[in-house]
Design a protein around this ligand. Structure first.
Ligand code: TRP
Length: 403
């Protein structure tokens, strides 16, 4: 990426695109991002309504503001209450074999939504995107990675009767409706628009400039005739990290011009890297991430060695003034993964009062993550190539498009 005005310090503005996060020392200001992007905050009233409509306690990701922003989520609830169908759409860019904890967040939440609402799900593997953006990956390699990453996604527990996972490279050749919708979108989006939304420059390849339409069209139900028949009017909800929003701003702009529905969205914050609150976990820096392939010992070593601490320099000082949970990465990670609200509140209280030391806090996290990652590994082990092929075959799902 070329140096931006923000790098030079000319502009005091944070920039979040699917490829770039430029933020201040304190990390991303998510409140400001809601303003910049024009989305809505997920507030208490909406959480109450979700609880009422679904008849169960909202997921910890909602209770803890991990999914903090949305577009048209009320409409999804309206549909559900009126017994009108909708479906879920999310995805993954398969750029490496090594998925990390941060990559799990949207999938954990999507799996929860699939269970609660009992709806179909499509998962897009953008092998084409990664081919275009990464210099060192061949088409064969990104295609292989799509298949490999699908195993980690399946290991999150999705129901094969309600879930379709597809590689763009495969699906484009299998189902004509995919490319037809891509063309419809391309016809109505100008270069000037994608330049404005994504920050493309004149030296970006035409492959990149043309790509956003590919990520847009799974938002339209007639892209999946084997699931939805020829109906273009089945509503779509997209759980994603907030950096993917530019794709869907474009999608929502163009949808009415094509006679399609604008998709609804729920956005998550970034999962922090081990070394601090700034930015997101990066798969290219081994010491900044916990990988889904890490051993219990890897996890222990990484947390103890690299997890940024909000504790004080000496035990004496820590006992006196307590730790800072706002910046402590171990505590932050627990907010993502420890489900028990009371237990988490007690940990916060004890850490801030100085009763709980950094080493003890890290130990709690280590055990939590060793279990999470270990369980994930056993489930992934059980995912056969055959099962992956089943998930990735265009077919009918448990869904009646005539309703
Ligand atoms: N571009 C995303 C990535 O690089 C992958 C993706 C495709 C996606 N479709 C999506 C993510 C829909 C969230 C929702 O990871």
């Amino acid at each position: 990426m070329a140096e931006t005005a923000v790098d030079r310090g000319d502009v005091q503005e944070q920039i979040v695109t699917p490829w770039d996060v430029v933020a201040s020392e304190k990390g991303v200001d998510y409140g400001k991002l809601i303003e910049q992007f024009g989305s809505q905050r997920i507030g208490g009233a909406l959480l109450d309504r979700i609880e009422r409509v679904t008849g169960q306690k909202v997921h910890r990701f909602l209770r803890r503001n991990v999914f903090f922003s949305h577009r048209n989520l009320e409409q999804v609830l309206d549909n559900y209450e009126a017994n009108k169908p909708f479906y879920l759409y999310t995805g993954r860019g398969p750029s490496s074999e090594s998925m990390h904890l941060g990559h799990l967040i949207p999938f954990i939440f999507t799996k929860h939504l699939q269970d609660v609402f009992d709806v179909p799900l499509v998962v897009q593997m953008t092998d084409d995107e990664k081919y275009l953006w990464k210099d060192n990956l061949s088409l064969e390699e990104v295609h292989r990675l799509a298949f490999e990453n699908a195993k980690d996604i399946i290991a999150c527990g999705f129901d094969v009767n309600k879930t379709f996972i597809f590689s763009d490279l495969d699906y484009m050749a299998q189902v004509p409706q995919f490319y037809q919708n891509v063309l419809r979108v391309r016809k109505h989006v100008t270069y000037n628009q994608v330049k404005g939304i994504f920050g493309f420059s004149d030296s970006d390849s035409t492959g990149k400039i043309a790509f956003p339409a590919v990520q847009a069209v799974p938002s339209f139900s007639n892209t999946f005739p084997h699931i939805f028949g020829d109906r273009p009017d089945i509503f779509c909800l997209i759980p994603c990290a907030i950096d993917q929003d530019p794709y869907f701003r474009m999608t929502r702009d163009v949808a009415p011009k094509l006679g399609y529905l604008k998709p609804a969205l729920v956005h998550s914050t970034f999962f922090p890297g081990l070394q601090g609150p700034k930015g997101k976990m990066s798969a290219s820096d081994a010491s900044s991430s916990i990988f889904l392939t890490d051993t219990p010992n890897d996890i222990k070593t990484k947390i103890n060695k690299h997890a940024y601490s909000g504790g004080r320099d000496t035990e004496e000082e820590h006992r006196k003034i307590g730790g800072n949970t706002d910046v402590d990465v171990s505590y932050q990670y627990l907010t993502f993964f420890m489900d028990d609200d009371d237990k988490l509140a007690q940990i916060k209280k004890d850490y801030e009062s100085g009763k709980l030391l950094t080493g003890q806090l890290k130990q709690i996290l280590i055990e939590e993550l060793q279990k999470l990652v270990g369980d994930h590994q056993s489930r992934r082990q059980a995912v056969t190539d055959d099962l992956v092929r089943q998930f990735m075959t265009p077919r009918k799902l448990n869904f009646d498009p005539s309703k």
